[in-house]
Design a protein. Structure first.
Length: 423
């Protein structure tokens, strides 16, 4: 749904100040990709009187976008731009600015676009993508016609909650009744699948406890949460998982519940032709842009493998990133593989560390064939050659004391009688 908004004048003559009352009318123009009838709704805002004593000579123009659009299933940015007669060249420049972030490709239904046009209404002046109440991205047009990208993230408040449940059917049914989402249930079963058979071992009356933190912004839940600990009691036996500082889960003995990562996205080591750099002069455009990954000099057709277990989140063909894919390894860790000649996995497919996922190439805007490999922690790029990832199968010895203390604290929380109450 498109919303067309008319902007107020930026100045009011001083002679009009005083007993003047201002009535603003905002018209919402709704477009539809399926040629639905256009509906115009008038919105009358309350009158606002300006007193001569207010000492105001300039009325600030509200920063109202020209269009607002909520993403629907099947929509694409090119489709939306075409409907609004925004030049395709502007779209290409937006995608160029987005190359090191690739946020456009993560748009989902119900995400919101805010669009500002220039004074002549011919070019895109600014684009804002709103993914949630805590996350948005802005693309701002520069004098040379290119765009600058800015990312905004609100930390909010994280509130800890204890969730307790009892098996009264399947684990999935019981966990759902206790308040866990489908993704949370899947995470728990995947974490503990090697410790317990959820279909065969659980009995009616067995119990489970979780420690979860939920994000709020000014009292409104953002939908973001994280399981910090989980414990299942089955016939006197305890099966537990605890989140450590490295973002991975371990059992009570400090042994990893997730397979270790490998550092390189290749079967053997290749020469690094370009390192991770927050600022790098682009070899094609000459502009200073971040290089959010590591490049490996390889020939076309070199096998590209995933560096850890996970699920294929995206498979895309981008005019600048080329044929690329994204793998989600857990809730907060993702890897990206760009400029491939061929991708051999599909979206939604589960992959194992070292599995073939693509063949290297030189698709997109590049100077030659190579593998461009990125790692994102909480959607922030990190150096994949130095990032703190599980390369071993247990908590390091120097961190064991801290892990024992934190896991014991989680056990105390899960021993409480309260159910689903903030602490």
């Amino acid at each position: 749904m498109y919303v067309k908004k008319l902007k107020a004048f930026s100045k009011w003559p001083q002679s009009f100040l005083g007993l003047m009352s201002l009535s603003l009318f905002t018209f919402f123009l709704f477009f539809n990709m399926h040629k639905e009838p256009v509906r115009i709704i008038a919105l009358n805002l309350p009158n606002s009187a300006i007193s001569p004593d207010d000492n105001l000579n300039v009325y600030e123009r509200p920063d109202i976008p020209d269009y607002e659009y909520k993403i629907r299933p099947g929509n694409s940015l090119s489709q939306i731009f075409s409907t609004l007669d925004i030049p395709y060249r502007d779209l290409l420049r937006i995608m160029e600015a987005d190359l090191n972030h690739l946020r456009i490709d993560t748009l989902q239904p119900n995400d919101v676009l805010h669009i500002w046009m220039d004074k002549k209404g011919k070019h895109l002046e600014r684009l804002e993508l709103e993914f949630s109440i805590t996350s948005k991205v802005k693309y701002i047009r520069l004098e040379d016609g290119s765009y600058h990208i800015e990312e905004f993230s609100i930390p909010g408040d994280w509130i800890k909650t204890i969730i307790r449940g009892e098996i009264k059917g399947t684990f999935s049914e019981s966990a759902s009744f206790a308040g866990l989402s489908y993704n949370e249930i899947e995470s728990v079963t995947r974490l503990l699948k090697d410790k317990i058979n959820f279909n065969r071992d659980l009995r009616v009356g067995d119990k489970f406890d979780l420690v979860r933190i939920d994000q709020y912004v000014e009292g409104i839940p953002s939908g973001e949460n994280e399981i910090q600990a989980v414990r299942i009691e089955s016939r006197g036996r305890y099966i537990s998982a605890y989140l450590h500082d490295d973002g991975n889960y371990y059992d009570k003995n400090g042994e990893s519940l997730q397979r270790a990562f490998q550092r390189y996205p290749t079967i053997k080591k290749y020469r690094i032709s370009s390192h991770f750099k927050p600022k790098r002069k682009h070899p094609v455009t000459g502009r200073l842009r971040p290089h959010n990954g590591t490049d490996f000099a390889v020939n076309i057709g070199t096998p590209v493998v995933t560096t850890g277990d996970g699920v294929v989140l995206l498979v895309k063909d981008h005019p600048y990133a080329g044929k690329y894919l994204v793998i989600a390894h857990n809730k907060h860790l993702k890897t990206r593989y760009l400029h491939n000649s061929k991708i051999v996995v599909r979206e939604g497919q589960r992959v194992r560390r070292g599995q073939l996922i693509a063949l290297s190439g030189k698709t997109g805007r590049v100077t030659g064939p190579h593998i461009h490999y990125e790692m994102l922690m909480r959607d922030r790029p990190v150096d994949p050659m130095k990032a703190y990832i599980p390369m071993i199968n247990e908590v390091p010895k120097e961190e064991m004391v801290q892990f024992v203390q934190s896991s014991a604290a989680y056990d105390v929380l899960m021993n409480r009688e309260e159910s689903s109450n903030p602490v």
